[in-house]
Design a protein around this ligand. Structure first.
Ligand SMILES: Nc1ncnc2c1ncn2[C@@H]1O[C@H](COP(=O)(O)OP(=O)(O)OP(=O)(O)O)[C@@H](O)[C@H]1O
Length: 301
C-alpha cells in the first residue's frame, strides 16, 4: 500500500498554489494521473520518486517510510531516489546513446539474467546489442521501460510515456504495460491525457485540478458521470463554415479526420473558423457547439 499525504507550494503560471495529496493506493493496480497542464501531476510523481522534496507530509510505501516531515519540524526521513524502489519513465527517452540496449539496462543493475528476461518480455532481446540511435521511438520507449524495471521497483512511475508514439506502437506498449503489471505485480502510476488509454489500462483515475485531487474514481465512472447525455463527443477545430441553401456545413478537423456537419443558423451563431468545438449527437444527428471549459475533462484529461 502507498500512503501519500504530501504538501508542496508551487509557483504556477497563474500564481502560487498548494499541491496537496491525501491518497492511499493499493499495491498491484494501475492508476491514471490526469488533469490540466500545470495542475501538479508531474510534481506529484517527482515527489514519489524523491526527485522533488515536499514541504511536509508522509510518504509510506509497503510499510516503509520514504519521506516524513511533520509541520514545523525538520525533515525526519527523505530517502534518496536510488534508495526508493521506484522505476521512472518520463517523457523523452533519456537512454545513454553510447551504450547498447543491454548496456543501458546493466547500468541500472548488473543483473544480466534479469536484463535478458526483461528484454525478452518487451520483445527486444534480439536487439540487445543495438545502440539507441538505431531504434524506433517505440523501441526506445520499451528499452526505457525495461530499464526502469531492472531494480525490481515497487512502483513504476510513467509520465506520458506513450504520447509521442503512433497508434499501433501505443497499443503495443499498452499491452506491454498490462503484462508488466500482471507478471511482475508492479504498482503503476501513469500520467495520461488519453481517455482510451485510461479505460484500457487503469482501474482508478486521480484527477488533479490546481494541486488538489478533484476526483478519485474509476475511468468508467469519470466518463459516464462527466459526459453529457450525448452518444459521442469529440473535440475538434472548425476549418470552414459554408452556406448551402438554408443551412450551413461546418468542416471540423478531429484529429487527422475531417468531418462535415450540417448545422442550422442557430447553431452557426457565434461559431467561426478556428473555434474549438465539440462535435456530438442529439437525437442521432451530429451537432457542433463551442468548446466550453466544462468540456475540459472529457476532451483533454
Ligand atoms: N519545485 C517547484 N517549486 C515551485 N513550483 C514548481 C516546482 N516544480 C514545478 N512547479 C510548478 O508547478 C506547476 C505544476 O507543474 P507540474 O509539472 O507538476 O504540472 P503538470 O500537471 O505535470 O503539467 P503538464 O501536464 O503540463 O506536464 C507548474 O506551474 C510548475 O512551474
Amino acid at each position: 500500500m502507498i500512503v501519500a499525504s504530501l504538501k508542496k507550494q508551487l509557483e504556477g503560471a497563474g500564481g502560487t498554489f498548494v499541491l496537496e495529496t491525501d491518497v492511499t493506493i493499493e499495491q498491484g493496480g494501475i492508476t491514471a494521473i490526469a488533469g490540466p497542464s500545470g495542475s501538479g501531476k508531474t510534481t506529484f510523481l517527482r515527489m514519489l520518486a524523491g526527485l522533488t522534496s515536499p514541504d511536509e507530509g508522509l510518504l509510506e510505501v509497503v510499510g516503509e517510510v520514504w519521506f516524513r516531515k511533520d509541520t514545523g519540524k525538520k525533515t525526519q526521513v527523505n530517502l534518496k531516489p536510488q534508495q526508493r524502489r521506484v522505476g521512472v519513465v518520463f517523457q523523452g527517452y533519456a537512454l545513454f546513446p553510447h551504450m547498447t540496449v543491454l548496456g543501458n539496462l546493466l547500468y541500472a543493475s548488473r543483473d544480466r539474467e534479469m536484463a535478458e528476461k526483461l528484454l525478452n518480455m518487451v520483445g527486444l532481446l534480439q536487439l540487445k546489442h543495438a545502440r539507441p540511435s538505431n531504434l524506433s521511438g517505440g523501441q526506445k520507449q520499451r528499452v526505457a521501460l525495461a530499464r526502469a524495471l531492472m531494480q525490481r521497483p515497487r512502483i513504476l512511475l510513467l509520465d506520458e510515456p506513450l504520447s509521442a508514439l503512433d497508434e499501433s506502437m501505443k497499443t503495443l506498449l499498452q499491452d506491454e504495460l498490462l503484462k508488466v503489471n500482471k507478471e511482475l505485480g508492479v504498482t503503476i502510476l501513469i500520467v495520461t491525457h488519453d481517455s482510451s488509454e485510461m479505460y484500457k489500462l487503469c482501474d482508478r483515475v486521480l484527477l488533479f485540478e490546481m494541486g488538489r485531487i478533484a476526483a478519485d474514481t474509476s475511468p468508467r465512472k469519470l466518463f459516464v458521470e462527466r459526459q453529457t447525455t450525448q452518444k459521442f463527443a469529440f473535440k475538434g477545430e472548425i476549418l470552414e463554415i459554408r452556406a448551402v441553401d438554408a443551412v450551413y456545413i461546418a468542416v471540423v478537423a478531429i484529429g487527422n479526420n475531417l468531418v462535415e456537419v450540417v448545422i442550422d443558423s442557430d447553431e452557426k451563431e457565434g461559431l467561426q473558423s478556428g473555434d474549438s468545438v465539440i462535435v456530438g449527437t442529439k437525437a442521432f444527428n451530429p451537432t457542433v457547439r463551442k468548446f466550453a471549459s466544462k468540456d475540459f475533462d472529457i476532451s483533454r484529461l
